[in-house]
Design a binder for this molecule. Sequence first.
Ligand code: DO4
Ligand code: MG
Length: 285
Amino acid sequence: MQLCKLNDGPGRSRVGLVQSGQVQLLLNDPARNLFTLSDLLFCPDPIEVVEQLIDDRMTSFPVNPRAFLAPIDRQDVWAAGVTYQRSKEAREQESQTAASHYDRIYSAKRPELFFKANSERVVGPGGIVRVRRDSGWTVPEPELAVYVAPDLRIVGFGVGNDMSARDIEGENPLYLPQAKVYDQSCSLGPVVTLPDGFPPRDQIVIDMTIERGQAIAFHGSTQLSKMVRTLEGLVEWLGRENTFPHGAVLLTGTGVVPPDEFSLQSGDLITIEITGIGRLVNRVA
Ligand code: DO4
Ligand code: MG
């Protein structure tokens, strides 16, 4: 099952059920306090609840991901780093002084976890992502996004982009928050796939294409099976000494890094596709 978030007038949103290329709007349920995407995702049995809330008065309409909002409510977005060999190599290359930190974190028991964004910094499908004005070397990072309930259950999967200023991160690891956290530095979408509809993890491919004008400036892909950690392990570390009353979205690290001479330019079109979820498309401001 897949859910999306749609605009329903000023300051209001509705949840939609996405199936067979159509969107069916869902009703709010004040009696059970079910209004938002998170309310549904965090239910003990979201599939049963969604089926009860299908708005039969409304006909379904064709999917247009550009009309979807970022599938996030009040969750914090966190991110894991150096969870794939390719990311470890890229970090070692960009960082003259701190290469050994990345080597050690790749195999350490404790993963690298960092705060990425509050929901205001997240853009949705068709939204505009940004390169910092003080960065000359920024890339998108295509990552599986894991939706985490307040009780730390994994309740959904999405496509995420952890935009990263490699020059700032490479200059000094203490600059990581500035390399990672800025306005429009994160995108999520187009839908959330519930665990029942997510294919077996050894079949998941994460693919990214960057178009510049009419040409393909970069294309690369990886498989989730190449990740050195488990999703459950990352979530367990995230939840140590942290509570998430509104849930969390965890980006699980990148295994696709463009070559060192590549940097995003204004107008580039980034398409990230993950098996079982869909395609997230964003343009660079
Ligand atoms: O250590 C820096 C961040 C790495 C990262 O974001 C990733 O591996 O995806
Ligand atoms: Mg990343």
